[in-house]
Design a protein around this ligand. Sequence first.
Ligand code: HEM
Length: 499
Amino acid sequence: MTNKDNRLTTLFGNPVGDRENTMTAGPRGPLVMQDPYFLDMMAHFDREVIPERRMHAKGSGAYGTFTVTNDISQYTKAKIFSEVGKQTEMFARFSTVAGERGAADAERDIRGFALKFYTEEGNWDLVGNNTPVFFFRDPKLFPSLNHVVKRDPKTNMHNAESNWDFWTNLPEALHQVTIIMTERGIPKGFRNMHGFGSHTYSMINENDERVWVKFHFRTQQGIENYSAEEAAELVGSDRESSQRDLFNSIEEGDFPKWKVYIQVMTEEEAKNLPYNPFDLTKVWYKGDFPLIPVGEFELNKNPENYFAEVEQAAFAPTNIVPGIGFSPDKMLQGRLFSYGDAQRYRLGVNHHQIPVNSPKGAENVCPFSRDGAMRVDGNAGSSINYYPNSYGAHNSQPHAKQPALDLEYSSVYEHNFRDDDDNYFEQPGKLFRLQSDEDKQRLFYNTANEMTGTTTRTKHRHIYNCYQADPDYGKGVAAALGIDINDVDLETPDYFHNM
Ligand code: HEM
Protein backbone atom coordinates (compact mmCIF):
# COMPACT_ATOMS: atom_id res chain seq x y z
CA MET A 1 0.00 0.00 0.00
CA THR A 2 1.57 3.27 -1.09
CA ASN A 3 -1.47 5.50 -0.69
CA LYS A 4 -0.55 7.64 2.31
CA ASP A 5 -3.94 9.24 2.94
CA ASN A 6 -5.95 6.01 2.65
CA ARG A 7 -7.99 6.99 -0.42
CA LEU A 8 -9.57 3.85 -1.87
CA THR A 9 -8.39 2.43 -5.20
CA THR A 10 -8.96 -0.81 -7.06
CA LEU A 11 -6.26 -3.49 -6.90
CA PHE A 12 -4.83 -1.87 -10.00
CA GLY A 13 -4.71 1.62 -8.51
CA ASN A 14 -7.76 3.19 -10.10
CA PRO A 15 -9.54 5.63 -7.76
CA VAL A 16 -12.91 4.23 -6.60
CA GLY A 17 -15.74 6.74 -6.88
CA ASP A 18 -18.27 5.26 -4.46
CA ARG A 19 -17.39 2.82 -1.68
CA GLU A 20 -20.89 2.42 -0.28
CA ASN A 21 -23.53 2.40 -2.98
CA THR A 22 -23.62 -0.33 -5.61
CA MET A 23 -24.72 0.93 -9.02
CA THR A 24 -28.38 0.13 -9.76
CA ALA A 25 -30.84 0.86 -12.55
CA GLY A 26 -32.91 3.46 -10.78
CA PRO A 27 -33.09 4.01 -7.02
CA ARG A 28 -35.01 0.75 -6.47
CA GLY A 29 -33.80 -1.23 -9.49
CA PRO A 30 -31.47 -4.24 -9.93
CA LEU A 31 -27.65 -4.10 -10.10
CA VAL A 32 -25.89 -3.39 -13.35
CA MET A 33 -22.70 -5.01 -14.63
CA GLN A 34 -20.81 -1.75 -14.96
CA ASP A 35 -19.72 -1.47 -11.32
CA PRO A 36 -16.33 -3.19 -11.70
CA TYR A 37 -15.23 -2.29 -8.17
CA PHE A 38 -18.18 -4.25 -6.75
CA LEU A 39 -17.49 -7.24 -9.03
CA ASP A 40 -13.73 -7.36 -8.33
CA MET A 41 -14.09 -6.84 -4.62
CA MET A 42 -16.66 -9.66 -4.35
CA ALA A 43 -14.70 -12.00 -6.60
CA HIS A 44 -11.58 -11.52 -4.48
CA PHE A 45 -13.55 -11.99 -1.28
CA ASP A 46 -14.97 -15.25 -2.65
CA ARG A 47 -11.40 -16.54 -2.91
CA GLU A 48 -10.01 -15.36 0.42
CA VAL A 49 -9.81 -18.81 1.97
CA ILE A 50 -6.99 -21.11 0.95
CA PRO A 51 -6.87 -24.80 1.91
CA GLU A 52 -5.84 -25.26 5.51
CA ARG A 53 -2.90 -27.50 6.37
CA ARG A 54 -4.11 -31.12 6.38
CA MET A 55 -2.54 -31.55 9.83
CA HIS A 56 -1.52 -28.74 12.20
CA ALA A 57 -4.11 -26.34 10.76
CA LYS A 58 -4.43 -24.18 13.90
CA GLY A 59 -1.20 -22.41 14.79
CA SER A 60 0.69 -19.36 15.96
CA GLY A 61 3.92 -17.93 14.62
CA ALA A 62 6.64 -15.47 15.58
CA TYR A 63 10.06 -14.29 14.43
CA GLY A 64 13.16 -14.65 16.52
CA THR A 65 16.91 -14.99 16.78
CA PHE A 66 19.06 -18.07 17.24
CA THR A 67 22.43 -17.62 18.98
CA VAL A 68 25.24 -20.17 19.11
CA THR A 69 26.55 -20.66 22.66
CA ASN A 70 28.76 -23.76 22.21
CA ASP A 71 31.10 -24.95 19.49
CA ILE A 72 29.82 -28.06 17.69
CA SER A 73 31.95 -27.65 14.56
CA GLN A 74 33.53 -31.06 15.29
CA TYR A 75 30.18 -32.53 14.21
CA THR A 76 28.94 -30.16 11.53
CA LYS A 77 30.20 -27.72 8.94
CA ALA A 78 26.79 -25.98 8.82
CA LYS A 79 27.57 -22.26 8.77
CA ILE A 80 24.74 -21.49 11.19
CA PHE A 81 26.91 -23.18 13.88
CA SER A 82 30.28 -21.85 12.67
CA GLU A 83 31.19 -19.69 15.70
CA VAL A 84 30.09 -19.03 19.23
CA GLY A 85 28.04 -15.85 19.40
CA LYS A 86 26.82 -16.10 15.81
CA GLN A 87 23.18 -15.08 15.35
CA THR A 88 20.69 -16.21 12.72
CA GLU A 89 17.20 -14.85 12.09
CA MET A 90 14.40 -17.38 12.29
CA PHE A 91 10.65 -17.94 12.24
CA ALA A 92 8.72 -20.42 14.41
CA ARG A 93 5.21 -21.81 14.10
CA PHE A 94 3.54 -23.83 16.87
CA SER A 95 0.30 -25.70 16.32
CA THR A 96 -2.15 -28.31 17.47
CA VAL A 97 -2.37 -31.31 15.16
CA ALA A 98 -5.95 -32.53 14.90
CA GLY A 99 -7.97 -29.33 15.20
CA GLU A 100 -9.12 -27.40 12.18
CA ARG A 101 -8.18 -23.76 11.62
CA GLY A 102 -10.85 -22.52 14.07
CA ALA A 103 -10.31 -25.17 16.76
CA ALA A 104 -9.65 -24.35 20.41
CA ASP A 105 -6.03 -24.26 21.53
CA ALA A 106 -6.35 -25.97 24.93
CA GLU A 107 -7.07 -29.45 23.53
CA ARG A 108 -5.31 -32.68 24.45
CA ASP A 109 -3.06 -33.19 21.45
CA ILE A 110 0.52 -33.14 20.25
CA ARG A 111 1.84 -29.65 19.51
CA GLY A 112 3.77 -28.86 16.33
CA PHE A 113 7.13 -27.15 16.81
CA ALA A 114 8.30 -25.93 13.39
CA LEU A 115 11.42 -23.80 13.04
CA LYS A 116 12.80 -22.03 9.99
CA PHE A 117 16.34 -20.64 10.17
CA TYR A 118 17.27 -18.07 7.49
CA THR A 119 20.92 -19.15 7.20
CA GLU A 120 23.49 -17.78 4.77
CA GLU A 121 23.31 -21.13 2.95
CA GLY A 122 19.56 -20.97 2.53
CA ASN A 123 16.69 -21.96 4.77
CA TRP A 124 17.02 -24.80 7.22
CA ASP A 125 13.61 -26.05 8.40
CA LEU A 126 13.33 -28.30 11.41
CA VAL A 127 9.71 -29.41 11.48
CA GLY A 128 9.29 -31.06 14.86
CA ASN A 129 6.80 -31.63 17.65
CA ASN A 130 6.65 -31.18 21.42
CA THR A 131 7.17 -34.93 21.87
CA PRO A 132 10.34 -36.90 21.07
CA VAL A 133 8.48 -39.86 19.50
CA PHE A 134 5.56 -40.57 17.20
CA PHE A 135 2.72 -43.11 16.88
CA PHE A 136 4.28 -45.43 14.32
CA ARG A 137 7.29 -46.17 12.18
CA ASP A 138 5.98 -46.43 8.63
CA PRO A 139 4.69 -43.44 6.64
CA LYS A 140 2.07 -45.56 4.87
CA LEU A 141 0.01 -45.25 8.07
CA PHE A 142 0.01 -41.46 8.17
CA PRO A 143 -3.21 -40.76 6.22
CA SER A 144 -5.01 -43.16 8.59
CA LEU A 145 -3.81 -41.22 11.61
CA ASN A 146 -5.20 -38.10 10.02
CA HIS A 147 -8.54 -39.78 9.33
CA VAL A 148 -8.97 -41.03 12.89
CA VAL A 149 -8.10 -37.80 14.67
CA LYS A 150 -10.24 -35.71 12.33
CA ARG A 151 -13.99 -36.05 11.86
CA ASP A 152 -16.05 -39.17 11.25
CA PRO A 153 -17.11 -39.36 7.58
CA LYS A 154 -20.78 -39.80 8.49
CA THR A 155 -21.41 -37.94 11.72
CA ASN A 156 -18.86 -35.16 11.11
CA MET A 157 -18.02 -35.51 14.79
CA HIS A 158 -14.89 -36.79 16.48
CA ASN A 159 -15.04 -40.54 16.85
CA ALA A 160 -13.22 -41.87 19.92
CA GLU A 161 -13.69 -45.48 18.82
CA SER A 162 -11.94 -44.99 15.44
CA ASN A 163 -9.19 -43.08 17.15
CA TRP A 164 -8.52 -45.69 19.85
CA ASP A 165 -9.17 -48.66 17.56
CA PHE A 166 -6.33 -47.39 15.36
CA TRP A 167 -3.94 -46.44 18.18
CA THR A 168 -4.41 -49.64 20.18
CA ASN A 169 -3.98 -51.84 17.11
CA LEU A 170 -0.47 -50.41 16.90
CA PRO A 171 1.36 -51.44 20.09
CA GLU A 172 4.31 -49.23 19.05
CA ALA A 173 1.95 -46.25 19.51
CA LEU A 174 1.76 -46.76 23.28
CA HIS A 175 4.83 -44.60 23.91
CA GLN A 176 3.32 -41.59 22.12
CA VAL A 177 -0.18 -42.27 23.51
CA THR A 178 1.22 -42.40 27.06
CA ILE A 179 2.89 -39.01 26.64
CA ILE A 180 -0.32 -37.41 25.37
CA MET A 181 -2.37 -38.90 28.22
CA THR A 182 -0.03 -37.45 30.86
CA GLU A 183 -0.46 -33.85 31.92
CA ARG A 184 1.90 -32.86 29.09
CA GLY A 185 -0.98 -33.54 26.70
CA ILE A 186 -2.33 -30.03 27.27
CA PRO A 187 0.49 -27.46 27.60
CA LYS A 188 -0.61 -24.14 29.12
CA GLY A 189 0.76 -22.38 26.09
CA PHE A 190 3.34 -22.80 23.38
CA ARG A 191 5.90 -21.05 25.59
CA ASN A 192 5.65 -23.78 28.23
CA MET A 193 6.73 -26.84 26.29
CA HIS A 194 9.92 -28.42 25.03
CA GLY A 195 10.44 -29.08 21.32
CA PHE A 196 12.04 -32.02 19.55
CA GLY A 197 13.26 -32.70 16.03
CA SER A 198 12.05 -36.23 16.97
CA HIS A 199 13.64 -38.01 13.99
CA THR A 200 17.25 -38.99 13.77
CA TYR A 201 19.03 -36.56 11.46
CA SER A 202 22.70 -36.45 10.50
CA MET A 203 25.50 -33.95 10.80
CA ILE A 204 28.52 -33.85 8.52
CA ASN A 205 31.76 -32.06 9.41
CA GLU A 206 34.50 -30.49 7.27
CA ASN A 207 36.24 -33.88 7.02
CA ASP A 208 33.08 -35.40 5.54
CA GLU A 209 32.48 -37.48 8.66
CA ARG A 210 28.88 -38.27 9.55
CA VAL A 211 27.25 -38.61 12.97
CA TRP A 212 23.58 -39.23 13.77
CA VAL A 213 21.85 -36.52 15.82
CA LYS A 214 18.61 -35.71 17.56
CA PHE A 215 17.60 -32.10 18.25
CA HIS A 216 16.11 -30.90 21.55
CA PHE A 217 14.69 -27.46 22.43
CA ARG A 218 14.16 -26.92 26.15
CA THR A 219 11.78 -24.22 27.25
CA GLN A 220 13.23 -21.60 29.60
CA GLN A 221 9.73 -20.64 30.75
CA GLY A 222 9.29 -23.98 32.51
CA ILE A 223 6.89 -26.79 31.62
CA GLU A 224 3.34 -25.88 32.58
CA ASN A 225 0.20 -27.81 31.74
CA TYR A 226 -3.55 -27.65 32.18
CA SER A 227 -5.47 -30.47 33.80
CA ALA A 228 -8.35 -31.88 31.74
CA GLU A 229 -10.83 -29.96 33.94
CA GLU A 230 -8.95 -26.66 33.71
CA ALA A 231 -8.71 -26.97 29.94
CA ALA A 232 -12.41 -27.80 29.54
CA GLU A 233 -13.33 -24.71 31.52
CA LEU A 234 -10.88 -22.51 29.66
CA VAL A 235 -12.08 -23.60 26.22
CA GLY A 236 -15.55 -22.37 27.19
CA SER A 237 -14.22 -18.84 27.61
CA ASP A 238 -11.12 -18.64 25.41
CA ARG A 239 -10.47 -20.73 22.32
CA GLU A 240 -7.27 -18.81 21.52
CA SER A 241 -5.40 -19.33 24.82
CA SER A 242 -2.04 -20.37 23.29
CA GLN A 243 -2.12 -17.70 20.58
CA ARG A 244 -3.03 -15.06 23.18
CA ASP A 245 -0.26 -16.14 25.54
CA LEU A 246 2.45 -16.15 22.86
CA PHE A 247 1.31 -12.97 21.13
CA ASN A 248 0.88 -10.95 24.32
CA SER A 249 4.14 -12.02 25.90
CA ILE A 250 6.07 -10.97 22.79
CA GLU A 251 4.08 -7.72 22.53
CA GLU A 252 4.99 -6.96 26.16
CA GLY A 253 8.70 -7.61 25.56
CA ASP A 254 8.72 -10.83 27.59
CA PHE A 255 10.46 -12.86 24.90
CA PRO A 256 10.20 -16.65 25.26
CA LYS A 257 13.44 -18.62 24.99
CA TRP A 258 14.48 -22.19 24.35
CA LYS A 259 17.92 -23.72 24.83
CA VAL A 260 19.06 -25.90 21.93
CA TYR A 261 20.82 -29.25 22.46
CA ILE A 262 21.81 -32.22 20.35
CA GLN A 263 22.33 -35.89 21.12
CA VAL A 264 25.08 -37.44 19.03
CA MET A 265 25.58 -41.08 18.02
CA THR A 266 28.46 -42.31 15.86
CA GLU A 267 27.77 -44.59 12.90
CA GLU A 268 29.61 -47.35 14.77
CA GLU A 269 27.46 -46.89 17.90
CA ALA A 270 24.34 -47.00 15.74
CA LYS A 271 25.35 -50.38 14.32
CA ASN A 272 25.72 -51.86 17.80
CA LEU A 273 22.64 -50.35 19.42
CA PRO A 274 20.18 -52.93 20.82
CA TYR A 275 17.35 -51.06 19.09
CA ASN A 276 16.90 -49.36 15.74
CA PRO A 277 18.39 -45.84 16.03
CA PHE A 278 16.09 -44.69 13.22
CA ASP A 279 12.89 -45.81 14.94
CA LEU A 280 10.66 -42.78 15.57
CA THR A 281 8.73 -44.58 18.32
CA LYS A 282 11.85 -44.70 20.51
CA VAL A 283 14.03 -42.15 22.29
CA TRP A 284 17.77 -42.35 22.71
CA TYR A 285 18.43 -42.57 26.44
CA LYS A 286 20.10 -39.43 27.74
CA GLY A 287 22.29 -41.57 30.01
CA ASP A 288 23.81 -43.18 26.89
CA PHE A 289 23.68 -40.13 24.63
CA PRO A 290 23.82 -36.99 26.80
CA LEU A 291 22.43 -33.63 25.74
CA ILE A 292 25.18 -31.47 24.22
CA PRO A 293 24.49 -27.72 24.47
CA VAL A 294 24.45 -25.82 21.17
CA GLY A 295 22.68 -22.49 21.56
CA GLU A 296 19.54 -20.63 22.40
CA PHE A 297 16.70 -19.01 20.51
CA GLU A 298 14.29 -16.33 21.55
CA LEU A 299 11.10 -15.21 19.83
CA ASN A 300 11.00 -11.42 19.78
CA LYS A 301 8.71 -10.16 17.02
CA ASN A 302 5.08 -10.81 16.22
CA PRO A 303 4.04 -11.02 12.57
CA GLU A 304 2.35 -7.89 11.21
CA ASN A 305 -0.20 -9.91 9.30
CA TYR A 306 -1.35 -13.38 10.32
CA PHE A 307 -2.42 -14.63 6.89
CA ALA A 308 0.63 -13.35 5.02
CA GLU A 309 3.20 -14.59 7.49
CA VAL A 310 1.73 -17.49 9.49
CA GLU A 311 -0.97 -19.02 7.32
CA GLN A 312 1.27 -18.82 4.25
CA ALA A 313 4.36 -20.10 6.05
CA ALA A 314 5.64 -23.33 4.52
CA PHE A 315 8.02 -25.60 6.43
CA ALA A 316 9.52 -28.65 4.76
CA PRO A 317 11.93 -31.27 6.13
CA THR A 318 13.60 -31.21 2.68
CA ASN A 319 15.03 -27.73 3.40
CA ILE A 320 18.47 -28.56 4.74
CA VAL A 321 21.87 -26.92 4.54
CA PRO A 322 25.37 -28.36 3.96
CA GLY A 323 26.46 -30.01 7.22
CA ILE A 324 22.97 -31.29 8.08
CA GLY A 325 21.35 -34.32 6.47
CA PHE A 326 18.64 -36.94 6.67
CA SER A 327 18.74 -40.48 8.04
CA PRO A 328 17.22 -43.81 6.98
CA ASP A 329 14.23 -43.18 9.33
CA LYS A 330 11.32 -44.41 7.18
CA MET A 331 9.01 -41.75 8.57
CA LEU A 332 11.42 -38.94 7.79
CA GLN A 333 11.88 -40.34 4.31
CA GLY A 334 8.09 -40.36 3.82
CA ARG A 335 7.84 -36.77 4.98
CA LEU A 336 10.44 -35.70 2.42
CA PHE A 337 7.77 -36.15 -0.24
CA SER A 338 4.71 -34.91 1.59
CA TYR A 339 5.43 -31.30 2.62
CA GLY A 340 6.48 -29.72 -0.68
CA ASP A 341 3.68 -31.62 -2.36
CA ALA A 342 1.11 -30.28 0.14
CA GLN A 343 2.45 -26.75 -0.20
CA ARG A 344 2.37 -26.78 -4.00
CA TYR A 345 -1.33 -27.57 -3.61
CA ARG A 346 -2.00 -25.24 -0.64
CA LEU A 347 0.05 -22.21 -1.72
CA GLY A 348 1.15 -22.83 -5.29
CA VAL A 349 4.31 -23.87 -7.07
CA ASN A 350 6.05 -20.55 -6.38
CA HIS A 351 5.44 -20.40 -2.64
CA HIS A 352 9.18 -19.86 -2.06
CA GLN A 353 8.61 -16.24 -3.12
CA ILE A 354 6.27 -15.49 -0.20
CA PRO A 355 8.48 -13.32 2.05
CA VAL A 356 8.21 -15.55 5.16
CA ASN A 357 9.39 -18.50 3.07
CA SER A 358 12.05 -16.84 0.94
CA PRO A 359 15.69 -17.57 1.82
CA LYS A 360 16.37 -14.06 2.98
CA GLY A 361 19.55 -14.91 4.89
CA ALA A 362 21.23 -16.55 1.90
CA GLU A 363 24.32 -14.93 0.39
CA ASN A 364 23.65 -16.51 -2.96
CA VAL A 365 20.34 -17.66 -4.38
CA CYS A 366 20.42 -19.03 -7.89
CA PRO A 367 17.59 -21.48 -8.47
CA PHE A 368 17.05 -23.16 -11.80
CA SER A 369 13.24 -23.33 -11.88
CA ARG A 370 11.33 -20.80 -13.95
CA ASP A 371 7.75 -19.76 -14.67
CA GLY A 372 4.68 -21.32 -13.04
CA ALA A 373 1.59 -19.66 -11.63
CA MET A 374 2.11 -16.42 -9.67
CA ARG A 375 5.78 -15.96 -10.56
CA VAL A 376 6.26 -12.40 -9.35
CA ASP A 377 9.94 -12.10 -8.48
CA GLY A 378 11.21 -11.22 -11.95
CA ASN A 379 11.57 -14.90 -12.87
CA ALA A 380 15.39 -14.57 -13.01
CA GLY A 381 15.08 -12.12 -15.89
CA SER A 382 17.20 -12.97 -18.90
CA SER A 383 19.68 -15.18 -17.02
CA ILE A 384 20.68 -18.57 -18.41
CA ASN A 385 17.88 -21.13 -18.04
CA TYR A 386 19.60 -24.31 -19.23
CA TYR A 387 22.47 -26.58 -18.19
CA PRO A 388 25.12 -27.42 -19.34
CA ASN A 389 26.10 -24.06 -20.79
CA SER A 390 29.27 -22.20 -21.74
CA TYR A 391 28.76 -19.40 -19.23
CA GLY A 392 29.46 -21.11 -15.89
CA ALA A 393 25.82 -20.88 -14.80
CA HIS A 394 24.10 -23.40 -12.49
CA ASN A 395 27.29 -25.21 -11.52
CA SER A 396 27.17 -27.86 -8.77
CA GLN A 397 28.49 -27.04 -5.31
CA PRO A 398 30.34 -30.22 -4.28
CA HIS A 399 30.74 -29.08 -0.66
CA ALA A 400 26.97 -29.59 -0.31
CA LYS A 401 27.22 -33.30 -1.23
CA GLN A 402 26.91 -35.78 1.59
CA PRO A 403 29.26 -38.71 2.19
CA ALA A 404 28.05 -42.03 0.80
CA LEU A 405 25.89 -44.00 3.20
CA ASP A 406 26.70 -47.71 3.38
CA LEU A 407 23.58 -49.75 3.93
CA GLU A 408 23.65 -52.94 5.93
CA TYR A 409 20.50 -54.27 4.31
CA SER A 410 20.26 -53.77 0.62
CA SER A 411 17.32 -55.92 -0.47
CA VAL A 412 14.45 -53.87 -1.88
CA TYR A 413 11.25 -55.19 -0.34
CA GLU A 414 8.30 -54.09 1.85
CA HIS A 415 10.33 -54.91 4.97
CA ASN A 416 8.16 -55.30 8.05
CA PHE A 417 9.81 -53.52 10.95
CA ARG A 418 8.08 -55.96 13.34
CA ASP A 419 10.42 -58.70 12.09
CA ASP A 420 13.34 -56.45 13.05
CA ASP A 421 12.12 -55.15 16.41
CA ASP A 422 8.96 -55.98 18.32
CA ASN A 423 10.08 -54.42 21.60
CA TYR A 424 7.17 -51.99 21.80
CA PHE A 425 6.75 -51.74 25.54
CA GLU A 426 10.13 -51.20 27.20
CA GLN A 427 10.25 -47.43 26.73
CA PRO A 428 6.60 -46.67 27.62
CA GLY A 429 7.10 -48.88 30.69
CA LYS A 430 10.13 -46.84 31.75
CA LEU A 431 8.22 -43.62 31.12
CA PHE A 432 5.34 -44.89 33.26
CA ARG A 433 7.66 -45.77 36.14
CA LEU A 434 9.17 -42.26 36.03
CA GLN A 435 5.78 -40.70 36.84
CA SER A 436 5.00 -39.71 40.42
CA ASP A 437 2.06 -41.49 42.07
CA GLU A 438 -0.07 -38.42 41.53
CA ASP A 439 0.92 -38.21 37.85
CA LYS A 440 0.09 -41.90 37.40
CA GLN A 441 -3.39 -41.23 38.74
CA ARG A 442 -3.77 -38.33 36.26
CA LEU A 443 -2.58 -40.60 33.45
CA PHE A 444 -5.23 -43.23 34.34
CA TYR A 445 -7.91 -40.59 34.66
CA ASN A 446 -7.04 -38.80 31.41
CA THR A 447 -6.93 -42.10 29.52
CA ALA A 448 -10.34 -43.19 30.80
CA ASN A 449 -11.73 -39.75 30.05
CA GLU A 450 -10.47 -39.79 26.47
CA MET A 451 -11.66 -43.40 25.93
CA THR A 452 -15.26 -42.47 26.69
CA GLY A 453 -17.42 -43.91 23.92
CA THR A 454 -15.02 -46.66 22.85
CA THR A 455 -15.95 -50.35 22.68
CA THR A 456 -15.06 -52.94 25.32
CA ARG A 457 -12.80 -54.69 22.80
CA THR A 458 -10.78 -51.51 22.26
CA LYS A 459 -10.59 -50.82 26.00
CA HIS A 460 -9.36 -54.37 26.65
CA ARG A 461 -6.77 -54.00 23.89
CA HIS A 462 -5.47 -50.80 25.46
CA ILE A 463 -5.35 -52.38 28.91
CA TYR A 464 -3.42 -55.27 27.40
CA ASN A 465 -0.87 -52.88 25.86
CA CYS A 466 -0.49 -50.88 29.07
CA TYR A 467 -0.12 -54.10 31.08
CA GLN A 468 2.73 -55.23 28.83
CA ALA A 469 4.51 -51.94 29.55
CA ASP A 470 3.96 -52.30 33.30
CA PRO A 471 1.33 -54.39 35.13
CA ASP A 472 0.50 -51.38 37.31
CA TYR A 473 -0.15 -49.29 34.20
CA GLY A 474 -2.62 -51.88 32.91
CA LYS A 475 -4.29 -52.26 36.31
CA GLY A 476 -4.57 -48.50 36.81
CA VAL A 477 -6.16 -47.91 33.41
CA ALA A 478 -8.52 -50.87 33.91
CA ALA A 479 -9.67 -49.49 37.28
CA ALA A 480 -10.17 -46.00 35.85
CA LEU A 481 -12.25 -47.53 33.05
CA GLY A 482 -14.30 -49.49 35.57
CA ILE A 483 -13.11 -52.82 34.11
CA ASP A 484 -12.12 -55.82 36.21
CA ILE A 485 -8.56 -56.67 35.15
CA ASN A 486 -9.42 -60.39 35.58
CA ASP A 487 -11.86 -60.06 32.68
CA VAL A 488 -9.06 -58.98 30.34
CA ASP A 489 -7.16 -61.66 28.44
CA LEU A 490 -3.56 -60.74 29.22
CA GLU A 491 -1.99 -63.96 27.93
CA THR A 492 -3.26 -64.80 24.48
CA PRO A 493 -5.04 -61.78 23.16
CA ASP A 494 -6.71 -61.98 19.78
CA TYR A 495 -7.18 -58.26 19.83
CA PHE A 496 -4.83 -57.25 17.08
CA HIS A 497 -5.97 -56.81 13.54
CA ASN A 498 -3.37 -58.89 11.71
CA MET A 499 -0.25 -59.29 13.78
C1 HEM B 1 2.37 -30.44 8.86
C2 HEM B 1 2.54 -34.69 6.56
C3 HEM B 1 4.81 -36.67 10.37
C4 HEM B 1 5.33 -32.26 12.27
C5 HEM B 1 2.18 -31.43 7.92
C6 HEM B 1 1.54 -31.26 6.66
C7 HEM B 1 1.59 -32.45 6.02
C8 HEM B 1 2.26 -33.38 6.87
C9 HEM B 1 1.06 -32.77 4.62
C10 HEM B 1 0.94 -29.96 6.12
C11 HEM B 1 2.07 -29.17 5.43
C12 HEM B 1 1.59 -27.85 4.86
O1 HEM B 1 0.50 -27.81 4.28
O2 HEM B 1 2.36 -26.88 4.95
C13 HEM B 1 3.19 -35.59 7.38
C14 HEM B 1 3.49 -36.96 7.05
C15 HEM B 1 4.11 -37.52 8.13
C16 HEM B 1 4.23 -36.49 9.14
C17 HEM B 1 3.15 -37.63 5.72
C18 HEM B 1 4.64 -38.93 8.36
C19 HEM B 1 4.84 -39.80 7.41
C20 HEM B 1 5.21 -35.65 11.19
C21 HEM B 1 6.12 -35.78 12.31
C22 HEM B 1 6.28 -34.53 12.82
C23 HEM B 1 5.44 -33.62 12.04
C24 HEM B 1 6.79 -37.09 12.73
C25 HEM B 1 7.14 -34.08 13.96
C26 HEM B 1 8.20 -34.74 14.38
C27 HEM B 1 4.55 -31.41 11.51
C28 HEM B 1 4.39 -30.01 11.82
C29 HEM B 1 3.55 -29.48 10.83
C30 HEM B 1 3.19 -30.57 9.95
C31 HEM B 1 5.02 -29.25 12.99
C32 HEM B 1 3.06 -28.03 10.74
C33 HEM B 1 4.12 -27.18 10.07
C34 HEM B 1 3.70 -25.72 10.10
O3 HEM B 1 3.64 -25.16 11.20
O4 HEM B 1 3.43 -25.17 9.03
N1 HEM B 1 2.60 -32.74 8.05
N2 HEM B 1 3.65 -35.34 8.65
N3 HEM B 1 4.81 -34.34 11.06
N4 HEM B 1 3.83 -31.72 10.38
FE1 HEM B 1 3.73 -33.50 9.54
